[in-house]
Design a protein around this ligand. Sequence first.
Ligand SMILES: *Cc1c(COP(=O)(O)O)cnc(C)c1O
Length: 389
Amino acid sequence: MSRPYTPSTRLLRAGRPQSGWVNTPVSRGSSYIFKDVAAWRETRARRDTERMLSYGARGTDSSYALEDALVELEGGYRAKLFPTGQAAIAVILSAYLQSGDHVLITDAVYAPVRRFCARQLARMGITHEFYHADGHDIASRITPATKLIYVESPGSLVYEMVDLPAIAKLAHEHGCLVVVDNTWGTGMLYHPLELGADVSVIAATKYLGGHADVMLGAVVTTQAAWQPLEEAAVDFGQTVGADDAWLTLRGIRSLKVRLAAHEKSALDVARWLLTQDGVARVHCPALPDHPAHALWCRDCSGTNGLLTVEFVAGVDAAAAERFVNALKLFGLGASWGGFESLVIPVDMHSARTVADWSGSGAMVRLHVGLESPEDLIDDLCVGLQALKG
Ligand SMILES: *Cc1c(COP(=O)(O)O)cnc(C)c1O
């Protein structure tokens, strides 16, 4: 048979031993013993550009297995692992930027990245500027000092999208690198490297781990973009433990079926919410009234468990808090992508500095987990009662 395996089958085969154990066993290690000085010297000469076992911080069989699965998911040349998604983003920005450079950041960025720019990039003499989350003003904000365009598409909280192929073309004409936070698309729903980006980063803490029990960041780059990232990761001493790599790889094996279940339940819950008094809008790019719906149809292969509910104008922040406090199945907490449902209040006025959200109603973000949707809807019913006071 000459037809290649489909991506989901390849994903189940990636990062596994050639024979014997189905899965790569956990290999914890720091010291690695060489057979003689020649072997030691040769490894040290080659390990900056090739993947070779040499020291625990540079990788183990467990981290290599996860890296192989990530390259299978995202395409691209090689993958690098970090202790958190935030650490991965911090190293990316430090790797590709230097004093005097200017970086354009999406207004839809994950909030801790805003703080990294304001506190850490500023100290390094790197200036940053936010662009509208739909990307329409990027061209007008590029200067000769602009070296990197940082995208998050769909973006945090309300899932704005950019026309990534168009932005990648524009960026490359100006000699800028394109970095995409692909945590929402999680390697399966959106493929930034295929759409023209140079670097894709995923908070594997979310759907790749998938069980709310591991922290990890994953970066995949094109071959041209690889070396600065590799060097910065080594220089900043970034590494992950073998157990965390193994847990994440274990999560990836069921990613496709979990995402399909999250998507189905989220859409059931969204359609129900839209029929309820007190709900003005449900933000989700898979819904036809979302501003990015056409881009989502073109570039994404599905949606996940995230929905942001906007209440009608009469509902104030205190009422939205009563809603959150009344929920039992939706735990109040950060992060998402685990098997369980979560809720968190959203303040769009502080989450965006370019777009004006002052006219919007009170909002909460839901992560629709793998519980039965009818149980989740019953829980949300109780929440909506509490909202009305
Ligand atoms: C959670 C998240 C991160 C950070 O991941 P951590 O592993 O929690 O540091 C980065 N980007 C996005 C879009 C996220 O949702």
